[in-house]
Design a protein around this ligand. Structure first.
Ligand SMILES: [Zn+2]
Length: 179
């Protein structure tokens, strides 16, 4: 993997952007989540410094990622392609402690610790892992579905046909014959 670690200071000084293409097979942690490690991730990284109002300056890393991740469907276990096409910006700070203190989950901007050299491959892997939904499944899975999306949503959020409704009626019937 070329540029698995990058020199952010040099990128800022030279105003250079880096880009590359890495095979998914090169990521060990991500690999455990994939149905197959065929394919690759295309990335582009850039860095800039911006003066702070109170003096000093902040360093930002821009990262664009494009990949298609084949993950197993939770219903049929066949591969579902999760398409990642993302660009985001990170504020780089001195250490993990500062990053945790400054990171605001409400904000689009992520705050991360800047190691020197910066471990770009690790960040790319983290971002790809975060892009995988907790319960990936085919939009139209081949396995039969118990209750489709048409079962949801009356105006007050009550399901149109509650899955337990039939059961409740059934049980009510038995109770009546019992009494
Ligand atoms: Zn499926």
């Amino acid at each position: 993997m070329d540029n698995a670690r990058i020199d952010i200071d040099r990128m800022v000084r030279r105003g250079e952007a880096l880009s590359g293409r890495w095979p998914l097979a090169g990521f060990e942690r991500l690999g455990t989540l994939l149905a197959s490690s065929d394919g690759d991730v295309r990335w582009q990284a850039s860095a800039r410094r911006r003066a702070r109002a109170e003096g000093g300056e902040d360093t930002y890393l821009g990262l664009a990622l494009a990949a298609s991740l084949p993950v197993p469907c939770v219903r049929c276990l066949g591969p579902v392609d999760i398409v990642v096409d993302d660009r985001r910006e990170f504020l780089l700070v001195a250490d993990e402690e500062t990053a945790e203190r400054l990171d605001d989950p409400e904000s689009e901007l992520e705050v991360i610790a800047a190691d020197t050299p910066f471990r770009l491959a690790e960040l790319v892997e983290d971002e790809l892992i975060l892009a995988i939904p907790p319960l990936p499944r085919h939009a139209a899975c081949e396995l039969p579905v118990d209750h489709g999306p048409e079962a949801d949503g009356g105006p007050d959020g009550e399901p149109a046909s509650h899955p337990f409704e039939a059961l409740r009626k059934l049980r009510g019937g038995t109770d009546e014959t019992g009494s």
